[in-house]
Design a protein around this ligand. Structure first.
Ligand code: PLP
Length: 399
């Protein structure tokens, strides 16, 4: 066998490399114990005594099933280390709270997961952190938002719910030139499409609740990056904030991950067909999918994504009425939130509601959002069903 490094499909099943012992189980074990044998003179009761090689001790610090998932995710992201959390939001909150202190400045993508926008505003109001919400598809706009106190640039690419992209390599240069760090929420791209750390990001963040668990049956989050950074995050954001992933959820995510590399090409090819169908439909004004030549950043998508994922959004003229019709008529698609499931999902995100509750930024960024997606985004998470059946379902519902 050649010595080339294993590819993602293999890593998702086998990483990290372990000794083979006769009689060892082939499938991972769910170890739900919350404490582990210790000895006097070993690690103390305080998280302060924890080191990178502290053995399993108390499950809030880490446990074997979660550790296996962390090592597997680190391998998939090409990271030195990874730490898991109980949800994607716990991961992002942990990262923000440990990276930023009063007086610090955060540059945030003005299009991002709504919960992240709301969290950032809360940090600004209650913890004296300043934020600039900017169009992170524009590296110049990011550069000019910097202040001497900018510590972190956080972007999502593709960004929920419009699938606008950010150029990770360029933003990494912008951030590093000014001594800040770049974190990339790569939930929608998945490690199958994009490796943000190799492109220059310092942290890659995932909601494991989406494509990685893949079946919509667990919540989880993760941050991967450098060894020292991730250890510091584990100590503060896991041991002290306490938003840990439980062993059962970790096991479900490990199981979901096994088929990630097999699922993503089907999500992508089904999305390509549905995008073409929607682009040709008279009730649809515009479709955004990074894999479509009509996407304004398709060239960047081709450079940065080796799989275009299965998330697309479309807009329509009579959007509220159409949302009502679709939620009532769709039979295969489920009208609901979340994304990245095996099953297809559709949800309508009304623009003015989102701008009033979450993206409460400048008039300029609100106008840019309206220009991109109109009155609302019909967000489609394309699943693994037969694509002709999915198109037939949309066709009958869109009549
Ligand atoms: C879902 C999601 C989150 C939040 O993750 P949870 O697991 O729901 O807490 C963050 N970022 C993106 C891009 C998401 O899609």
């Amino acid at each position: 066998m050649s010595s080339r490094p294993p590819r993602p499909a293999t890593l998702a099943l086998h990483a990290p490399k372990r000794a083979r012992t006769i009689g060892a189980p082939v499938a991972p074990a769910i170890i739900s114990s919350n404490s582990f044998h210790s000895e006097f003179g070993g690690v103390g009761f305080s998280g302060a005594g924890m080191t990178k090689d502290t053995p399993a001790f108390y499950a809030r610090w880490g446990g074997p099933t979660v550790t296996l998932l962390e090592q597997r995710l680190a391998a998939l992201e090409g990271a030195q280390a990874c730490v898991c959390f109980g949800s994607g939001m716990a991961a992002i909150a942990g990262l923000f709270l440990t990276q930023l202190k009063a007086g610090d400045h955060l540059v945030l993508s003005d299009v991002c997961y709504a919960g992240v926008a709301e969290l950032a505003r809360d940090l600004a109001e209650r913890h004296a952190i300043t934020i600039s919400a900017v169009d992170t598809s524009d590296a110049e706009a990011v550069a000019s938002a910097f202040t001497p106190r900018t510590r972190l640039v956080h972007v999502e690419t593709p960004a929920n719910p419009t699938w606008r992209l950010a150029d990770i390599a360029r933003l990494g240069e912008v951030a590093h030139r000014r001594g800040a760090k770049l974190s990339v929420d790569s939930t929608v791209a998945t490690p199958i499409a994009t490796r943000p750390l190799a492109l220059g990001a310092d942290y890659v963040v995932h909601s494991l609740s989406k494509y990685l668990v893949g079946h919509g049956d667990a919540l989880g989050g993760a941050v991967a990056g450098g060894d020292d950074d991730i250890f510091a995050l584990r100590k503060q954001a896991l041991v002290h904030h306490g938003g840990v992933l439980n062993a059962h959820a970790a096991w479900l995510i490990l199981r979901g991950l096994e088929t990630l590399a097999a699922r993503m090409p089907i999500h992508e090819s089904n999305a390509r067909r549905i995008c073409a169908f929607l682009e040709g439909h008279s009730r649809v004004k515009r479709v955004y999918w990074p894999g479509s030549p009509s996407h304004p950043q398709h060239e960047l998508a081709k450079r940065q994504m080796s799989n275009f994922s299965g998330m697309l959004s479309f807009c329509a003229d009579d959007a509220d009425a159409l949302a009502d019709t679709l939620s009532a008529r769709l039979r295969l698609f489920t009208y609901t939130v979340s994304l990245g499931h095996t099953k297809s999902l559709l949800f309508y995100v009304p623009t003015e509601e989102l701008l009033a509750s979450s993206f409460v930024w400048s008039a300029q960024s609100n106008d840019a959002y309206r220009r991109w997606i109109g009155a609302g985004a019909f967000r489609v998470s394309v699943g693994l069903e037969d694509v002709e059946d999915l198109i037939a379902d949309l066709e009958q519902a869109l009549q």
